[in-house]
Write a protein that binds this ligand. Structure first.
Ligand SMILES: NC(=O)C1=CN([C@@H]2O[C@H](COP(=O)(O)OP(=O)(O)OC[C@H]3O[C@@H](n4cnc5c(N)ncnc54)[C@H](OP(=O)(O)O)[C@@H]3O)[C@@H](O)[C@H]2O)C=CC1
Ligand SMILES: O=C1O[C@H](COP(=O)(O)O)[C@@H](O)[C@H](O)[C@H]1O
Length: 381
C-alpha cells in the first residue's frame, strides 16, 4: 500500500487506490465512522510510537478528518490539550498545519482499567461522535498500549461497555501488545480469557519488530539469494549473535517494565522472532501460516537453555527511577545461548543479548563465519 501511495502524492488518490485494492482483495469496504482508542495513552509506547504512527497515517491520507476520531484513555488526570501537548512533543519536524489538524481529532478520557464508570464514559464519547457523524457506521479499534497484567480486565470492560452496536454497520477490533503474558501458564490463560470475549478475527497480536525493514528483508536475504543459500549452515557458520542495545534506561516506565524485565520485554518476543527468521527452513510459500509453521519447527528444535549459558544484570541507577521499587532485582540486561538440535545448526550457538542503558543504541544480527582453510591472515590478529 505504501509503495502505491508513493507513486502519487495526493491524499484522495491514495484513499481511492486503497479502496480499489481492498475491492480486488475482496476486503469489506472501509468507510464511515472510525474511532481509534489508545488505552494507556499517558505512557511511553503511546507517545513514542502509537500516536506518531497514527499521525503518519493521517498525513498520508489514510485517516480522513470527518471520518476518524481518536480517543486516549488512561488513569492519569489529563485534559484533551494536556494529551495533545505530550503528543506534539514527539512530532517535531512535521508540518505545523498537519499536526494541528491531526491533534484536533484527539480527545482524552480518564478512568481506571477495571471499573465500569470509566468505560461508560469512554463509550459515551465514542457514541456521541458516531451520532454526530451520522454515517450509520461504527468501526471501533482498541489499541492496548498497556502492561499485559491489565489486558483481561480491560478486555472485559470493552466487551461489556464499548462494543460497536450491532444496529450499525461496523466492527470492534482489539490490538494487544507484547509480551503476551509472563510465562506459558499466564499466556494460555490470557488466550482463553480473550477467546471468551472476542472472536479470533477481532484480535490482533502485535510485535512491531516484524514491521522493521531489516527484519522484513531477512526472508529475501536468505531465500532469494544464491550467495548466502549454500553458506547458511553449520559447515560454514561458527556462531550467530542477535543483539539489542539501548542507550537509555526505563525513564519512568517502571510501572510496566519492572513487572516483566528485559527477557520478557525484548528477548522472548522481538529477538526470538528474529532468531526464527534467521534459523528456520524455507517456508512452502510466503503465506503467514507457512511462515508460522517453519518458525514453530525451529523453536521446537531448541534445546532447554542451560543456567551456565545465561548472564543477567541490572544497570547502576535503575532503582533511582521513582517508578521502580527500591528492592527490585529485575534484570535490565540478559545474554542467553540457544542451541538448535537439527541438521542445519547442530553445534552453532545462537547468542541472544539485550540490554538497556548501555553505551549505544543498535539492533544487529552478526553471522560469524568459520575461518577459511589455510588462512594466510591469521598471524595478523
Ligand atoms: N515503550 C515502547 O517503546 C514499547 C512498548 N511496548 C509495549 O507496550 C506496553 C506498554 O508499555 P509502555 O508504554 O512502555 O509502558 P508504560 O509504563 O509507559 O505504561 C503505559 C501506561 O500504562 C499504565 N500503567 C503502567 N503500569 C501500570 C500497572 N502496573 N498497572 C496498570 N496500569 C499501568 C500507565 O497509565 P496510567 O497510570 O495513566 O493509567 C502508563 O502510562 C507493554 O506491553 C510493552 O511491551 C511495545 C513496543 C514498544
Ligand atoms: O518493545 C519494546 O521495544 C522498544 C524498542 O523498540 P525500537 O523499535 O524503538 O528499537 C523498547 O525500548 C521497549 O523497552 C520495548 O518494550
Amino acid at each position: 500500500l505504501f509503495v502505491m501511495a508513493g507513486t502519487d502524492s495526493s491524499a484522495s488518490s491514495r484513499q481511492s487506490s486503497f479502496n480499489s485494492l481492498a475491492k480486488d482483495l475482496e476486503l469489506p469496504l472501509e468507510q464511515g465512522c472510525l474511532t481509534i482508542v489508545v488505552l494507556g495513552a499517558s505512557g511511553d509506547l503511546a507517545k513514542k510510537k502509537t500516536f506518531p504512527a497514527l499521525y503518519h497515517l493521517f498525513e498520508q491520507g489514510f485517516l480522513q478528518s470527518g471520518e476518524v476520531h481518536i480517543v486516549g484513555y488512561a488513569r492519569t488526570n489529563l485534559s484533551d490539550d494536556g494529551l495533545r501537548g505530550r503528543i506534539r512533543a514527539y512530532l517535531k519536524g512535521a508540518s505545523e498545519e498537519h499536526v494541528s489538524e491531526f491533534l484536533q481529532l484527539i480527545k482524552y478520557v480518564s478512568g481506571s482499567y477495571d471499573s465500569g464508570e470509566g468505560f461508560e464514559k469512554l463509550n459515551k464519547e465514542i457514541s456521541d461522535y458516531e451520532m454526530s457523524n451520522n454515517s450509520g457506521s461504527s468501526r471501533r479499534l482498541f489499541y492496548l498500549a498497556l502492561p499485559p497484567s491489565v489486558y483481561p480486565s480491560v478486555c472485559k470492560m470493552i466487551r461489556t461497555y464499548c462494543m460497536s452496536p450491532t444496529s450499525r454497520f461496523g466492527w470492534t477490533r482489539v490490538i494487544v501488545e507484547k509480551p503476551f503474558g509472563r510465562d506459558l501458564d499466564s499466556a494460555e490463560e490470557l488466550s482463553s480469557q480473550l477467546g471468551e470475549l472476542f472472536e479470533e478475527d477481532q484480535l490482533y497480536r502485535i510485535d512491531h519488530y516484524l514491521g522493521k525493514e531489516l527484519v522484513q528483508n531477512l526472508l529475501v536475504l536468505r531465500f532469494a539469494n544464491r550467495l548466502f543459500l549454500p553458506l547458511w549452515n553449520r559447515d560454514n557458520v561458527d556462531n550467530i549473535q542477535i543483539v539489542f542495545r539501548e542507550d537509555f534506561g526505563t525513564d519512568g516506565r517502571g510501572g510496566y517494565f519492572d513487572q516483566y524485565g528485559i527477557i520478557r520485554d525484548i528477548i522472548q518476543n522481538h529477538l526470538l522472532q528474529v532468531f526464527c527468521l534467521v534459523a528456520m527452513e524455507k517456508p512452502v510459500s510466503l503465506k503467514p501460516e507457512h511462515i508460522r509453521d517453519e518458525k514453530v519447527k525451529v523453536l521446537q528444535s531448541v534445546n532447554p537453555i542451560k543456567d551456565e549459558e545465561v548472564v543477567l544484570g541490572q544497570y547502576q541507577g535503575y532503582k533511582d527511577d521513582p517508578t521502580v521499587p527500591d528492592d527490585s532485582n529485575t534484570p535490565t540486561f540478559a545474554s542467553i545461548v540457544l542451541r538448535v538440535h537439527n541438521e542445519r545448526w547442530e553445534g552453532v550457538p545462537f547468542i541472544l543479548k539485550a540490554g538497556k542503558a548501555l553505551n549505544s543504541r543498535k539492533a544487529e544480527i552478526r553471522v560469524q563465519f568459520k575461518d577459511v582453510p589455510g588462512d594466510i591472515f591469521k598471524c595478523m590478529y
